[in-house]
Design a protein around this ligand. Structure first.
Ligand code: HEM
Length: 395
């Protein structure tokens, strides 16, 4: 149900990013929030500020001295789970953070990521063909999720024979109906990472263990922990982005045909789909001092959320922000964040989205939602994603 202006204004004054109605359609509420102030206050989840406008967001995201990440559990609202140690590199600040990013840099080079393309295409092509053969199905469980999980396995260079085991751990780890199974799979996955690192299996593990910056190196334990973080950071985010993009193509056949007829549009389309859907809506920091942002008086110790989604629809930077314009240029969106913590896996995510658009253009002649079967949402506002996307599809 569309928001009335009054409802959107009221909601913006006490924003709850997990509210199911807001998850589905946050844009009118964000527009009201931006109009109200570059930093709005919400009393939900113990109280937090949300930075809503693009310029203020970029300035705050860069200013890690004022807005620190190094308070364990602060980046998610509400904080997701108790941790004894910070999640690296998400919960540390420079200069430690800078050193850590330099050490993991070898596996995020364009060259290494681009080398994965043929195998990502093969994986995506196989998944798409399976759905094409039967003329339809759920594109979340049949395409976006397995492609996202499978690409991470390729990226981390897991042995081929382990891909099936790894995919089933991940499936069970994220199954909310089976808490015991989720815990067991998490333990097995962690033990598996430890084993791979100890055995120095795969180029990914070897590159990370060999990296050296000014005499410091990653320990085996650091590398194994990094493999866990990647799963959290790179799995649902990419799956959600692909699912939204596929839904968009199903609902906008002319746009799908335009991409098919002009694959040269794919690079700008990828950026626009990332901006338009902004699946990582916000990430929080903690104020280290009293500070004023756009007139809002933020006190030391307050939780401050960087509203990437709100900023990506800031009309002063993106004309017609609530329209998806596949050729939008310039498009300096903040879907991957901004500042020291900007997404490490951005090239991996872009590769998956581009491969998906290429293959849909090459192999799909018809794509539509199943009449009477609405896509469902995953229900969380931290990563806005679809839980199911039933479609009819033809070669
Ligand atoms: C479309 C998909 C993705 C989106 C929208 C996305 C978005 C983001 C955002 C907004 C941040 C910044 C967090 C902050 O400032 O606190 C981030 C950080 C991060 N992302 Fe992504 N991400 C995506 C895919 C991936 C993938 C595929 C990987 C791994 C291969 C990945 C790994 C990471 C890591 C490790 C960080 C932490 C960086 C740091 O703290 O220095 N992401 N991501």
């Amino acid at each position: 149900m569309a928001w009335t202006e009054r409802e959107a204004r009221e909601r913006a004054a006490d924003l709850d990013h997990h509210d199911p109605r807001f998850v589905v359609d946050p844009w009118p509420v964000y527009a009201e929030a931006r109009r109200a102030c570059p930093a709005v206050r919400s009393e939900r989840y113990g109280g937090f500020w949300l930075i809503t406008r693009y310029e203020e967001l970029r300035a705050s995201a860069k200013d890690w001295r004022t807005f620190t990440s190094s308070v364990p559990n602060v980046t998610a609202i509400p904080s997701s789970h108790a941790r004894e140690e910070p999640d690296l590199p998400i919960e540390i600040d420079p200069p430690l953070h800078t050193r850590y990013r330099q050490l993991v840099a070898p596996v995020f080079t364009r060259h290494y990521v681009a080398s994965l393309k043929p195998r990502v295409r093969e994986l995506a092509g196989g998944l798409l063909d399976r759905i094409l053969e039967v003329g339809g199905g759920d594109l979340v469980s049949g395409f976006s999720t397995p492609l996202s999980v499978g690409t991470l396995a390729l990226f981390m260079d897991l042995p081929d024979e382990d891909h099936g085991r790894w995919a089933s751990w991940v499936r069970r780890m994220y199954d909310p109906r089976d808490q015991e199974g989720a815990r067991a799979s998490t333990r097995e996955y962690f033990a598996y990472c430890d084993e791979l690192v100890a055995a120095r299996r795969g180029e990914f593990v070897r590159m990370l263990l060999a990296a050296e910056v000014e005499g410091s190196r990653l320990t085996e334990q650091d590398v194994a922990r990094f493999m866990r973080v990647l799963l959290i950071a790179g799995h649902e985010t990419t799956a959600a982005s692909m699912s939204h993009a596929l839904r968009y193509l199903a609902e906008n056949p002319d746009e799908r045909r335009r991409l098919r007829d002009d694959p040269g549009l794919i690079p700008t389309a990828v950026e626009e789909l990332l901006r338009y859907f902004s699946v990582v809506t916000l990430q929080a920091r903690n104020a280290t001092r009293d500070v004023v942002v756009g007139g809002a008086e933020i006190a030391q110790g307050d939780v401050v959320a960087l509203g990437f989604a709100a900023a990506n629809h800031d009309e002063t930077v993106f004309p017609e922000p609530d329209r998806c314009v596949l050729e939008r240029t310039p498009n300096r969106h903040v879907a991957f964040g901004y500042g020291p913590h900007v997404c490490l896996g951005a090239h991996v995510a872009r590769l998956e989205l581009a491969v998906m658009l290429e293959l849909v253009g090459e192999r799909v002649s018809e794509l539509a939602l199943v009449p009477g079967e609405e896509p469902t949402w995953n229900g969380t506002g931290s990563v806005r994603g679809l839980a199911s996307l039933p479609v009819l599809i033809r070669r």
